[in-house]
Write a protein that binds this ligand. Structure first.
Ligand code: ZN
Length: 148
């Protein structure tokens, strides 16, 4: 049994906000998970875009996800992509309940427990000057902030 935990080193590569992703990162700082929904076709768009990837409308609005989803795919990384990453960690593709996917990491359980279809909830971890969105099994309470 090996527990999955958030990265704690400030030496890891930290995502930088761009003009289009700034609302997403500001939401993470507040403990919510923003995403865009197209005002024309109503489909969810993620990663953030200037033009709807489904209908090319330029009319998109930000919404807050409930932060609930299901693991679509996963892996366990035993060898870090960069030396500053502590292992093991579990990159996941999440099907969010609002109808979009995002890549994140699973924490708060053991490596042996990870499986496709696992119900998960977002949680946030502050590292350096950025709040990173992680996911944890649903039975663990929402809004857990690691590393405070
Ligand atoms: Zn659209």
């Amino acid at each position: 049994m090996t527990a999955l935990e958030p990265q704690r080193s400030g030496e890891i590569r930290i995502p930088r906000a761009s003009p289009i992703s700034q609302p997403f990162w500001e939401g993470c700082d507040r403990g919510v998970l923003p995403y865009q929904r197209c005002d024309s076709c109503s489909k969810a768009n993620f990663n953030p875009v200037y033009i709807c990837r489904f209908c090319t409308s330029k009319s998109l609005s930000w919404h807050e996800s409930a932060g609930l989803g299901t693991i679509y795919s996963w892996t366990i990384a035993w060898r870090p992509q960069f030396p500053s990453f502590a292992t093991p960690y579990a990159p996941i593709i999440v099907d969010l309940d609002e109808g979009y996917q995002m890549i994140s990491n699973l924490v708060g359980c053991d490596t042996e427990e990870v499986h496709v279809g696992m119900r998960i909830s977002t949680c946030f971890h502050r590292v350096a000057d950025r709040t990173l969105p992680y996911f944890t099994p649903l039975e663990i309470s929402r809004g857990v902030m690691f590393g405070e």
